[in-house]
Design a protein around this ligand. Structure first.
Ligand code: NI
Length: 465
C-alpha cells in the first residue's frame, strides 16, 4: 500500500507558504475557522440494493447469447430521456466484455474454453430526480479452478426536467480530486485498502459509503464531511437524492430472519451437501461477496474435522442441516442406526456452532421411507430434499451445473449442489447473477418453508407464489 501524505497537511503547508491562511494575518498562527470539525469517516455495512420498484420508469434492457462455450447475459437500464446513461452503461459493459473475450481467447486449447459473462444492474439510490445504478459484471473463461473476475461501477443519473437536460455523473466524479485523495487516505487508515471510488454509494442522509475490496465493511463518510469532498456535480446528485430519499432496504436476514415474503417474491434456496470440505471456505467467500445466504446439509464426520468452517457458516447467517454422520442410506438402517447417525451429527454441529441442533435433515441420496420419517418425527425433525438437481457431482462442470440449475428453477425451488466439488463453487457467482436477473430472491430453507416445520414431514420444494 503506497504511503500517502495526508492531504490536510499538504494544504496547510501550501497555505503557510503562500501566506493565504484564512484565519490570521501573515506571520501569525492560523486560527481555526470552524467551531467543530466534521465527524470523521467510520466503517459501515455497504447498503443493499433497492427494489427496482423505487424507479419504475427505468427500462430493463436484456441480451443473451446461448453459445455454451461463450454464454453472455446482460441486463442494463435505460433512463428515459437521458441517452447519456445508455451510452455510459453500454461502455461499461463493452469494456468488461472486451476484457472477458480477450481472456477467453487466451485460453490456449479451444476445448478448455468455457466462457460465462454476466452483467447485471441494480438500483442503489433513489431520491428526487436522481437514481443511482450499479452495473456489476462477472466473468469466467474456463472450467475447473479458473478465477472469476468481477467489476462493479455505479453512476448517478439526474432525470431531465423541462429545459434541464439532466445529467449523468459516474461515482468517481461525485468527488473532487482532493476528495478522492481524502477518501483513499481514510480507507487506507481505517481498513488497510483503497476504497473503490467507482462504486461509491450515496445514502439517504447524504453520507457516502465506499466499497473496500477484501473488507467485511465499507467506509462511511458522514454527510457533513462528505460535503467538503463533493464536486459541483456530486453536490447536485446528493441534493437530489436527499431531497426525497428512498430509505435503504433492511439487510437480508439470516436463517429465520425477516424481511423476505416468499408469498410475494420469487424465493429460491441454494443448498450444499456433504461438506464441509476443502472448497467450503471459498464458497463462503463467494456467498459473502454475492450477499447470499445458503443452506448447508453437513456430514457429521466432516463437521468434526472442520468445525471452524461450520462456526463461520452459522456466524455468516447460513442455515445448517443434518446430512447424517457418514452418508449411509437411512432406509437400510434400523431405528437405532438412524438415531446414531442423526444424534452424532447434531452433537458435532452444536459443538462447532454453540447453537441448537438443526431441525432439518436431508437423508443421504434423498432416500427415506415411512420408518425414517417416523424417526425424524420423534426427534422433532423434518426431511428436506430438492426439486432442482444440478447433478454437479456427476458433471463436475461449472457450466453444466449452472445450466441445470437455471433450467429447473421456479419460485420455491430448492437447488441441490455440493460444496465438495470445486466446479460447484466456480459456478456460484454466475449462477447467482443469472438467477437474480430472472428475479429470484435467495433465502434459506427455513425462510422458504417457514420456521415452524411439522416434524416428520418431507419437503422437496417451497410454496410457489
Ligand atoms: Ni449427500
Amino acid at each position: 500500500m503506497p504511503r500517502r501524505r495526508p492531504l490536510a497537511c499538504a494544504l496547510l503547508a501550501l497555505a503557510v507558504l503562500t501566506g493565504c491562511s484564512t484565519g490570521g494575518t501573515p506571520g501569525t498562527e492560523p486560527t481555526p475557522t470552524t467551531s467543530a470539525a466534521p465527524p470523521p469517516p467510520t466503517t459501515a455495512a455497504v447498503p443493499a440494493a433497492l427494489s427496482p420498484s423505487v424507479a419504475p420508469d427505468l427500462v430493463p434492457v436484456t441480451g443473451s447469447t446461448g453459445d455454451p462455450r461463450d454464454a453472455r447475459y446482460t441486463t442494463t437500464f435505460d433512463v428515459p430521456g437521458l441517452p447519456a446513461y445508455r451510452q455510459l452503461a453500454d461502455g461499461v459493459v463493452a469494456g468488461a466484455v472486451a476484457a472477458y473475450t480477450s481472456a477467453l481467447g487466451a485460453v490456449p486449447d479451444e476445448d478448455d474454453r468455457f466462457g460465462r459473462f454476466t452483467a447485471s444492474s441494480d438500483v442503489v439510490a433513489a431520491g428526487g430526480r436522481a437514481v443511482g445504478i450499479r452495473v456489476t459484471t462477472a466473468a469466467a473463461v474456463a472450467q475447473g479452478t479458473a478465477g472469476v473476475v468481477r467489476t462493479a461501477s455505479t453512476a448517478y443519473a439526474i432525470r431531465p426536467d423541462g429545459d434541464d437536460p439532466g445529467e449523468v455523473v459516474v461515482a468517481a466524479d461525485l468527488l473532487t480530486a482532493d476528495g478522492r485523495a481524502e477518501l483513499t487516505s481514510a480507507g487506507d487508515a481505517l481498513l488497510g485498502a483503497d476504497p473503490q471510488v467507482d462504486d461509491l454509494r450515496v445514502t439517504a442522509d447524504g453520507s457516502l459509503v465506499a466499497v473496500v475490496p477484501g473488507a467485511a465493511t465499507g467506509l462511511q463518510v458522514p454527510a457533513a464531511r462528505a460535503a467538503d469532498w463533493l464536486s459541483p456535480a456530486g453536490a447536485r446528485v446528493v441534493q437530489e437524492l436527499t431531497s426525497d430519499p428512498v430509505p435503504a432496504a433492511p439487510p437480508a436476514g439470516g436463517a429465520g430472519g425477516t424481511g423476505v415474503d416468499c408469498a410475494v417474491v420469487a424465493c429460491i434456496a441454494l443448498t450444499f451437501d456433504d461438506g464441509p470440505g476443502p472448497y467450503t471456505a471459498r464458497l463462503l467467500d463467494e456467498l459473502a461477496t454475492a450477499g447470499v445466504h445458503a443452506t448447508f446439509f453437513l456430514v457429521g464426520q466432516n463437521v468434526a474435522s472442520r468445525p471452524g468452517l461450520v462456526a463461520r457458516m452459522a456466524a455468516e447467517g447460513h442455515e445448517i442441516g443434518n446430512h447424517s454422520w457418514d452418508h449411509p442410506q437411512l432406509t437400510h438402517l434400523d431405528a437405532a442406526g438412524v438415531a446414531s447417525q442423526l444424534s452424532r451429527t447434531d452433537a458435532a454441529i452444536t459443538a462447532a456452532t454453540g447453537g441448537t441442533a438443526p431441525t432439518i435433515v436431508r437423508p443421504p441420496y434423498g432416500d427415506y421411507d415411512d420408518a425414517v420419517l417416523a424417526d425424524l418425527a420423534a426427534r422433532g425433525k423434518t426431511a428436506v430434499t430438492w426439486d432442482v438437481d444440478t447433478r454437479d457431482w456427476e458433471n463436475r462442470d461449472a457450466g453444466t451445473t449452472t445450466t441445470k440449475a437455471l433450467a429447473g428453477a421456479v419460485a420455491g425451488s430448492i437447488v441441490l449442489m455440493h460444496d465438495i466439488h470445486p466446479t460447484s463453487v466456480d459456478a456460484l457467482p454466475g449462477l447467482v447473477d443469472q438467477l437474480r436477473q430472472r428475479g429470484f430472491t435467495f433465502v434459506t430453507v427455513s425462510q422458504l418453508l417457514g420456521a415452524q416445520l411439522p416434524p416428520g414431514a418431507a419437503y422437496a420444494r417451497g410454496p410457489e407464489r
